[in-house]
Design a protein around this ligand. Structure first.
Ligand SMILES: [Zn+2]
Length: 66
């Protein structure tokens, strides 16, 4: 089984490039058995969505204050 370091690295990379079938399989097996990495993947999704929202706003300083 791959270690957590490799698993989290693959999760990050999967946001930037398609993983190979072997990588996806190994990652899937790891996250099935490792709750820490499942949590990490959830956080990564949250962060990448937040980053997407941020990027879609060219100048966040122009936003009206609530
Ligand atoms: Zn892990």
């Amino acid at each position: 089984m791959m270690n957590c370091r490799r698993a989290t690295r693959l999760m990050s990379e999967s946001k930037e490039r398609p993983l190979s079938a072997t990588e996806r399989m190994a990652l899937r097996v790891h996250t099935m058995m490792c709750s820490a990495c499942r949590r990490f993947d959830g956080q990564l999704d949250f962060l990448s969505q937040a980053a997407q929202r941020y990027k879609s706003k060219p100048n966040p300083d122009d936003e009206p204050k609530a």
